[in-house]
Design a protein around this ligand. Structure first.
Ligand code: DQA
Length: 147
């Protein structure tokens, strides 16, 4: 099956960005790790990072017709602000898992609301780069039969 991995704003800086909060893995490390794991399981994974809300909205819209069976998304700061990305995910009706490196519930109050969690199949947060691995494992378990 085709999986789509999306990363929101500032995640291009992973590795150097507040490493005490987000860890030392770079986005390239995370993408390469998930790509290899998806390929090993016989699936394809496409990934995109953007700092721009509309780019993420347009990529999600494109997923409706490009065969994407499952979306993994770390919306980053858009988690707490973006009705537009939430609506795009609802519009394409592709199952998705919400991912965070940190545990937003243990941080500032404004990070404790997500526009995504109530629509997600599940949420994985607080495990650093491993959050992405656990989310991929969960997605692989839930791919439609034969996909
Ligand atoms: C984040 C948590 C968000 O609150 C924050 O804005 C991010 C990263 C995480 O992965 O821990 O940019 O999504």
């Amino acid at each position: 099956a085709q999986l789509l991995l999306l990363h929101g704003p500032n995640l291009n800086l992973l590795g150097t960005r507040e490493p005490e909060v987000y860890g030392h893995a770079t986005l390239t490390d995370i993408d390469a790790d998930l790509q290899a794991r998806a390929a090993e399981a016989g699936h394809a994974l496409d990934s995109l990072q953007s700092n721009a809300e509309h780019v993420l909205v347009e990529r999600i819209q494109a997923a409706r017709t490009d065969g994407t069976a499952f979306i993994l998304i770390n919306p980053a700061a858009f988690t707490h602000t973006s009705v537009a990305i939430r609506d795009a995910l609802a519009a394409v009706a592709i199952p998705f898992i919400e991912i965070h490196l940190s545990n937003p519930h243990a941080r500032e109050p404004f990070r404790q609301h997500s526009y995504f969690s109530d629509k997600a199949v599940g949420v994985v947060c607080g495990f650093g780069a491993d959050s992405y691995r656990y989310a991929l494992d969960a997605a692989l378990q839930r791919l439609p039969a034969g996909a």
